[in-house]
Design a protein around this ligand. Structure first.
Ligand SMILES: Nc1ncnc2c1ncn2[C@@H]1O[C@H](COP(=O)(O)OP(=O)(O)O)[C@@H](O)[C@H]1O
Ligand SMILES: [Mg+2]
Length: 364
């Protein structure tokens, strides 16, 4: 039995896989329902006419929630506007959230050429999130505390030890194994957080790794899932389960938590995607009927790419000059499909109905 002391660097953190039963009946049952949800979502994404249509939006939601878990708060409206607007967004929190989204894309790109989760990739991700050149921790002194200032966990110390632990982690993650990939995903997430290789950004890097793992294993071809939606709504359980693994080797509780996250966010994502597709179809028909001179499939798709749009985006998409684009947008506004909003010197147009679906975040 390895003794754990929450105030002493946990350099005795055991490597994966843990020596407990990882295939209990409860876990296996949950693996089935979570995999089923994920498979349905993956099938639906494949059938989308334009699969990259919502991905920006989903990633933005993910970026917002994953950052909010760490108390970096920003509103949806700020974010969506920041994405399309040229007006400088000085709010550092909004910037940090946007960087998380960039990091997620960076990870997806890297996986295309080299489909492995590595220490170097983790470093690239954390640097993208933090917008600096941070590396593996070398000094001592990193502790995790609760809101009362009590130390609840002290991760391993010493760069060399941390690198060794990451190397073992990397080997486990990329190696073939008979474990179900979703169980493996839970293990790798705990282990990464327990190693806590960086001074900051470990939670967010660890959550981006979840998407990359889903892609690596082929469970989800496009990372069009909003996993942090679950964590943000069940945040205390997230922390409690992480601790219970360290303190009591309660892997079952943690694995069930991760599986429930996958199942619920897959089902909810599918549901939301259905609603957006219905709205897209309906909008196509309505615009075609009521504004035949303005209508094109490309134009309607464009106002669904992100909740906010502007003249320049239409012109960039080859839909006409700025003047034409402006007349299209005001026609859509007059007919009630969009709402205009002035941001700085720019006029942005909001797809209100789309935003309403996106903002409805309640998990079943
Ligand atoms: N008891 C714990 N043991 C290991 N990891 C934990 C524990 N409690 C929280 N964490 C992880 O640490 C993360 C916070 O670490 P931090 O480096 O500040 O990341 P970020 O800056 O992205 O928030 C949490 O999101 C969680 O993933
Ligand atoms: Mg932090």
């Amino acid at each position: 039995m390895i003794h754990f002391n929450r105030s002493i660097p946990y350099n005795t953190l055991p490597s994966l896989p843990p020596k407990v039963d990882l295939e209990t009946k409860a876990i296996l049952l949950k693996v089935i329902s979570a995999s089923r949800g994920l498979a349905k979502l993956n099938g639906a994404i494949r059938k989308l006419p334009n699969p990259t249509l919502f991905i920006d939006t989903i990633h933005l939601q993910e970026a917002k929630a994953s950052s909010a878990i760490e108390n970096i708060l920003t509103t949806h409206d700020d974010l969506y506007q920041a994405l399309v607007s040229e007006t400088a967004f000085e709010n550092p929190e909004t910037k940090e959230v946007l960087r998380y989204k960039e990091a997620l894309w960076l990870g997806v790109e890297r996986m295309k050429s080299r489909p492995f989760l590595t220490t170097n990739l983790c470093i690239e991700l954390v640097q993208a999130i933090k917008g600096n050149t941070a590396g593996i921790r070398h000094g001592e002194g990193t502790t995790l505390s609760n809101p009362f200032g009590e130390v609840i966990y002290t991760p391993p110390s010493g760069e060399e030890d941390i690198r060794e632990k990451l190397a073992a982690w990397e080997k486990f993650v990329n190696e073939e194994s008979s474990l179900d990939p979703l169980i493996k995903m839970a293990l790798m997430h705990y282990q990464f957080e327990a190693i806590h290789p960086f001074a900051d950004g470990n939670g967010r890097t660890g959550r981006i790794l979840l998407f990359l793992f889903l892609k690596q294993t082929g469970l989800l071809e496009l990372p069009a899932i909003y996993l942090s939606e679950y964590i943000i709504q069940n945040k205390n359980d997230y922390y409690r389960h992480l601790r219970a693994v360290t303190e009591k080797s309660d892997w079952e509780g943690f694995i069930l938590y991760i599986l429930d996250m996958v199942e619920q966010t897959a089902n909810h994502g599918l549901n939301r995607m259905d609603q957006v597709m219905d709205l897209l179809k309906e909008t196509n028909e309505q615009v075609r009927m009521r504004l035949p001179k303005v209508f094109s499939k490309e134009l309607v798709e464009l106002i669904f790419r992100l909740p906010y749009t502007k003249r320049q985006s239409l012109t960039d998409a080859g839909l006409g000059t700025l003047k034409t684009a402006g007349s299209y947008l005001s026609a859509l506004e007059k007919a009630g499909f969009l709402t205009a909003k002035k941001v700085g010197k720019e006029k942005l147009y909001l797809n209100t109905e789309l935003m309403r679906i996106l903002e409805n975040n309640a998990l079943e």
